[in-house]
Write a protein that binds this ligand. Structure first.
Ligand code: G3I
Length: 304
């Protein structure tokens, strides 16, 4: 196949990109998105600050523009994200105890309800684990401090009820190395959720890379073996040229080698708009030309 999405579809997978509503007036951006990708994640537009800027008052204008284009082009849509310590509006940060719990559940119901039946997978909880400390240590956040470690489970239970058709993912960065403490903590949580019947369907490996871990495929495999799908959710890899292309090839091959690795999303279309300013981590250069990394990915998708 001649495009990323069509090539991924040959094995029943999707190949997506993060898209920002602020660039939808760039015709080349939209044309590249529509031509190459069969899935999308809103880069910021479905986050709490965007969707519920004041309590109980939901706004979906920017997210809806992305969703409308995705739906009219038959794309999958990943929902990102419901419960996260960042991009949470000020009014949430002042809530305590049950008030915060109720606001969290109401937020999940409001956003998932608006898109009910339209979302392939939701990042229900994002980046809840700490970067250091013993295995299983959660990041200190308003949710962890005021609701306790059980906030993750509570969010997943609410999410299942809000849209039973959506896959429910836990999404994080630095859980790409099979043996890292942070990875082990998430692994233990997923195993615990599966054993106790807490609803979870997928793990999102963000995969913001300098170097791709040597055991990345083994890591995808170990999560899949717990009975969840794995999605590569925010892929970007620093560098350029052949080295970057080789890294992209390895990531693609690792996903293709594991049946439960169901799709890949790159965190942007063009280097021009990447959140990693000063770097060139994506598949299209600033003029929307295909980079060596693009060709490496396309060939690896077509090789299956
Ligand atoms: O919308 C305002 C705009 O009105 C204002 O003029 C401008 C001035 O700074 O800021 C704009 O908001 C920025 C927003 O991106 C939209 O461009 C925020 O400051 C900026 O903080 C925000 O950054 C986003 C970041 O998440 C926030 O944490 C990035 O675009 C987005 O790529 C990034 O994505 C995260 C994932 O959600 C989770 N995993 C890590 C990943 C990379 O950090």
């Amino acid at each position: 196949a001649g495009t990323l999405g069509a090539a991924a579809a040959q094995s029943g997978r999707y190949y997506g990109a993060a898209v920002a509503a602020g660039h939808l007036n760039d015709a080349t951006y939209v044309a590249t998105w529509n031509r190459e990708f069969n899935s999308v994640t809103a880069e910021n537009e479905m986050k709490w600050d965007a969707t519920e800027p004041s309590r109980g008052s939901f706004s979906f204008g920017s997210a809806d523009r992305i969703v409308a284009n995705a739906r009219s082009n038959n794309m999958k849509i990943r929902g990102h994200t419901l419960v996260w310590h960042a991009q949470t509006p000020g009014w949430v940060q002042n809530l305590q105890g049950n008030d915060l719990r109720n606001a969290m559940i109401n937020h999940i119901n409001g956003v998932m309800g608006h898109y009910r039946g339209q979302i392939l997978a939701w990042d229900v909880v994002n980046e809840a684990f700490a970067d250091g400390g013993a295995v299983g240590t959660l990041r200190s956040s308003i949710f962890q401090q005021r609701l306790g470690n059980g906030f993750i489970e509570e969010a997943f239970r609410a999410a299942r009820a809000a849209d039973p058709a959506a896959k429910l993912c836990y999404n994080d960065y630095n859980i790409d190395d099979a043996n890292a403490n942070k990875t082990r903590g998430v692994y233990n949580m997923v195993r615990d959720f599966k054993s106790r019947g807490v609803p979870i369907d997928c793990v999102g490996l963000q995969s913001h890379f300098g170097q791709v871990p040597g055991n990345y495929q083994q890591n995808i495999q170990q999560f899949a073996a717990l009975g969840v799908d794995v999605q590569i959710t925010e892929l970007d890899i620093g560098g350029s040229g052949t080295g970057q292309a080789d890294s992209y090839r390895r990531v693609t091959q690792a996903c293709m080698a594991v049946p439960r690795c169901t799709g890949i999303t790159v965190w942007g279309i063009t280097d021009k708009y990447s959140w990693r300013s000063g770097d060139t981590p994506l598949l299209f250069d600033g003029n929307f030309n295909k980079k060596p990394a693009y060709t490496a990915v396309l060939n690896a998708l077509n090789a299956v």
